[in-house]
Structures are given as C-alpha cells and as structure tokens.
Write a protein that binds this ligand. Structure first.
Ligand code: HEM
Length: 504
C-alpha cells in the first residue's frame, strides 16, 4: 500500500493532472523530478530582487512575481507550474476568478503542502481548515468580527494608538526626526490583536506573541524544508527548534486558559470572558452543557485559533498601514487632503469614533489604492478536492488554483494605462468588486477580519495624520520583497513633523 501510495502521489497523479490539463490546452514550464519548478521560481526571484528599485516605482509585478510574468508571456493567461509535487494552475481571468471564489468553497481549500508548512504554527485554525470543519469554525468566530462586537474594539484601537503617539512624541522631543515606520506599525497591530484576543495587556500575552513571531519566521522557511519526502520527520535543528517553540507557546496559552477555568470554577467569574479566547471557551462549554456531539471544539483547536488570529490579524494590517504611510509621504497633496478631511470630520481635534469612520471618504479611497498597489496577500491558493468545472475548464482533483492578486491589481487591461500610478481618485465613484479588486479575497472564504482591519487602519491613520506630517526620508530604499506578504526589505524611513495645533 505504501509503495502504491508513493507511486501514485509522486508519479501517477501528477501525470494524470498534466495530461488532463494539456488536453485543454493548458501548458507550462517543464517540471523536474521531485522539485518541480521550485528552482526556476527561486532563480527568477533571486534575479528580480537582487537590486533595489531605481526609483519609487509601483510597477512591482516583474519584481515580485517574475515567474508569473515570464510564463504568462510564454503560455498565456492560464498556465500550470509545479511547486515540488504540487501542480498549480495560475488563473488570471476575472470571470473565472469570481467563479472560483464564490462557488466551490466546500470542494476547494488548503492543500496538504500548505497545511503541512503551517502545521506547527497555526495548526488547524480557521485559515487552514477545510470542508465541514472550516464551515463550523467560521460560524463560531465570525460573530466576533461583526456588528456591535466589531464596533466595541474601536476604543481599544484608539487607546493603543494613543500610546504609540505618546512614545513618538517623546522621541521627537528628545531630538529624533527619522522613524522606521514598519516596525512601529507591527508593534501597534500586534498590541491591538493581542488585546482583542486576551483582553488585558498581560505579560503572558506579550510573551506568547513574541514566541509566535519567532515561530512564524521559522515556518516561513518551510517550503525549503519540504522538498524531500518525509523531511519533516528528520530530527534536524530546524524541526527541533520549531517543536520546542510550539510547545512553549501552547504551555503559556494553557496557563491563561486554566486561570480562566479556575475563575469560573471558584465562582469568581460567571463566564470565560468577552475577548476572542473567552468567546471560544464559552462556546466549548455551551456545546458540552447542551450535550452537542457534533463539531468538537477542543482546547487544541482553541489554541490553534488564537495563534491563527494573531498571525492573520496583525502583519497584514501593519503592512497596509506601512505602505499607505509610504504612499502619503511621497504624495504630499493627498496627505494634506486626507488630513483636512480628518480635521473636518473630527471637530476640534476629537479622537475618531465609529460614527466618524463612514465619513472618511478620501481616507477610504487612499486605503483602497494602497491595497490595490501593495496587496499584503499577493496570491490566493485554492486546491480542488474533487473534479470541478470552472468556466470552460475541467479542473481535476488535486490541482491547486493560484490567483495572482498582485498581477490582477496591476493589470493594464483591467485598470488602464495609469495602472502603476498612485491615483486614489479611481476609487471615487464605485467600489471595485468581482475578480478585479480582491485584497481580502471574496466569497464565503473571504477575510473574516476585513471589517476589523479597515476600522483599525482608518482609526490609526486618522490619528497619526492629525498629529504628524510625514515626509519620505533620503535613507528610504524602495525594495519590496515577497515573504508570504509584500514587505519593504529595509523598512520605510520617514521624517515626522508634529502638527501641534488644530488645522481646519
Ligand atoms: C489589511 C489587512 C488584511 C488583509 C489584506 C487580509 C487578507 C486576507 C485574505 C486575502 C484572506 C483569504 C486568504 C485565502 O483565501 O487564501 C484572508 C483570510 C483570513 N483573514 Fe485576513 N486580512 C487582513 C486582516 C485580517 C485581520 C485583522 C484578521 C483578524 C482579526 C484576519 C483574519 C483572517 C482569517 C482568520 C482568515 C481565514 C478566513 C477563512 O478561511 O475563512 N485578517 N485575509
């Protein structure tokens, strides 16, 4: 059986998929045994990112998805390439993208390779869940990011941003003028998501998030360690480090969970709390009390969910903020226009509240344009678990569909000749939906934290813009790189100037 499974996995299935796609006219670069086209992608990326960009140019597709631009020229809008033994169909047609994202969420999902690469880091949390499990998990957590619950986080976001502003002001007072903004944004969004998950700004929470950051960096190297079959079982230094970090994170999480349980048992509190962790524990208890034997929400899954939300919920938003500040720091007109709007909406320098957010029209346009030019998630992967039909294409079971978000957001055909220019006015009239503007994906499996992220971004940017003016520093080197998300290789250095008085 093992021999048959191995032959099937490494030879028969790939051969079947290649033949089926070739019959439909979908071709691609020739794969090598075991590694597929991994080395080709790595070589193209090494070349395209070897140097910084010569100017602050937003035409970054050739740099970050060089394999996409190379192969789409050779093989057309749909082509197939191999990430090791995993075949990937690159799909850039908006009608087909809409179909993939809106339908098929029950028969498409995360591939084995993706789940394996993030197993120790986020486990079976929502981001990596599939099928029925995904459906139940999504329904349990979604209410935490909607309606009044979502609005209730605004105060916490303001509080954390205030703390950051105070520390920036202290540094300005001591004579510092240049700041690397990416790190500040990462700390701020980590602070916000950790307090959303664990209510109090506990030391344990901070410790957990520090370890999770280390774990995330190690797991980001996973694809390099997964080329060889069974390599995850080797007792290598890499695997040992991952395991021990994971155990430490889970030990700390269990301590928090235990102290909440103790609180309920001795009658100090009536429920497990109103933060994300509390909500998950309450739901587990409710299911137990109701004798619900359906979907099982156990402690391991609750810990995986906490890790998932930290991972999915802070770096992406930090990048949105970082790139938006870079864009505003290099476009003073827009910076001034948005600051003026913030001051008009929040009279007399008031801090932004939920009621103000829908009135930030220009800020909203700037955020959308930033998400278009620098979408934190550059690709959306979906593996077909059954044979499915998408448009005219028959997609065989086992084929991963890869939607190159970055390339679609920079397509001249879809956006016009000025596609690589920063022009927030393109978002003035209507929201771009469907397969053309998809920074948060779309359909049932879209980003569950989209409302949270946009509220957070608007509050933070409005508060920062009303306190400081930003100018790009001479030391800023424009060198976006893609490490799961689009990051500025050397950070974003800006000069901050305080705006002391209320400017109408
Ligand atoms: C600007 C910020 C953000 C961006 C651009 C973003 C983008 C995305 C995208 C593109 C997906 C779909 C991934 C895929 O299908 O492959 C996704 C899923 C997800 N996001 Fe976000 N996200 C952001 C912020 C957040 C925040 C703040 C949270 C949590 C508070 C969050 C939690 C999640 C989760 C849990 C999923 C998985 C949803 C599911 O599979 O049902 N995200 N995000």
């Amino acid at each position: 059986k093992i021999a048959y499974d191995t032959i099937s996995c490494y030879w028969l299935t790939p051969r079947r998929i290649r033949k089926k796609m070739e019959k439909q006219g979908v071709r691609g670069p020739v794969p090598r045994p075991l590694v597929g086209n991994i080395l080709d992608v790595a070589a193209l990326l090494a070349k395209s990112t070897a140097k910084d960009m010569s100017s602050i140019d937003h035409n970054i597709v050739d740099r970050l998805l060089p394999h996409y631009t190379t192969w789409t020229k050779q093989y057309g809008k749909r082509f197939i390439y191999w990430n090791g033994m995993e075949p990937r169909l690159c799909l850039a047609e908006t009608e087909l993208i809409k179909e993939v994202l809106s339908k098929n969420s029950n028969v498409c999902g995360r591939s084995w390779l993706q789940r394996q690469g993030t197993k120790h880091f986020i486990g079976k949390g929502l981001l990596m869940a599939n099928g029925e499990d995904w459906y139940h998990q999504r329904h349990i957590v979604a209410p935490s990011f909607m309606g009044d619950k979502l609005k209730s986080y605004a105060g916490l976001m303001v509080e954390c941003t205030d703390k950051l502003i105070q520390s920036l002001e202290t540094e300005l007072d001591s004579g510092r003028t240049e700041f690397e903004i990416a790190d500040y944004m990462k700390q701020l969004t980590a602070d916000i998501i950790s307090r959303t998950e664990f209510d109090a700004n506990s030391d344990k929470g901070n410790q957990i998030f520090h370890l999770l950051t280390l774990l995330q960096h190690l797991c980001a190297q996973a694809s390099r360690h997964l080329c060889l079959p069974g390599s995850r079982f080797f007792p290598s230094k890499y695997n040992r480090e991952i395991k021990s970090l994971k155990m430490e994170v889970e030990r700390l999480l269990m301590e928090i969970i235990q102290s909440r349980k103790d609180g309920v048992e001795i009658g100090r509190s009536t429920c497990y709390g109103s933060d994300l962790l509390g909500m998950l524990l309450n739901e587990m208890q409710r299911k137990k009390d109701d004798g619900d034997n359906g979907f099982s929400l156990n402690l391991q899954l609750i810990m995986d969910e906490c890790k998932t939300f930290f991972f999915a919920g802070h770096e992406t938003t930090a990048l949105l903020l970082t790139w938006t500040i870079m864009l505003l720091a290099t476009n003073p007109n827009w910076q001034q226009k948005v600051r003026h709007e913030v001051n008009q909406v929040c009279h007399n320098g008031a801090t932004p509240s939920v009621e103000h957010l829908s009135k930030f029209t220009l800020l909203n346009m700037v955020i959308n344009e930033s998400l278009r030019l620098y979408p934190p998630a550059t690709v959306l992967p979906r593996m077909a678990f059954e044979d499915i039909k998408v448009g005219d294409l028959e997609i065989p079971k086992g084929l991963s569909i890869w939607i190159p978000v970055l390339a679609i957001h920079h397509s001249e055909e879809l956006w016009g000749k000025d596609v690589n220019e920063f022009k927030p006015e393109r978002f003035a009239s209507k929201p771009f939906s469907g397969g053309r503007f998809i920074p948060f994906a779309a359909g049932p499996r879209n980003c569950v934290g989209q409302g949270f992220a946009l509220m957070e971004a608007k509050i933070i940017l409005a508060m920062l813009l009303s306190k400081f003016s930003f100018t790009i520093s001479d030391s800023y080197r424009h060198a976006p790189v893609s490490v799961l998300t689009i990051q500025p290789k050397y950070g974003v250095q800006v000069y901050l100037t305080p705006i002391n008085s209320y400017q109408p």
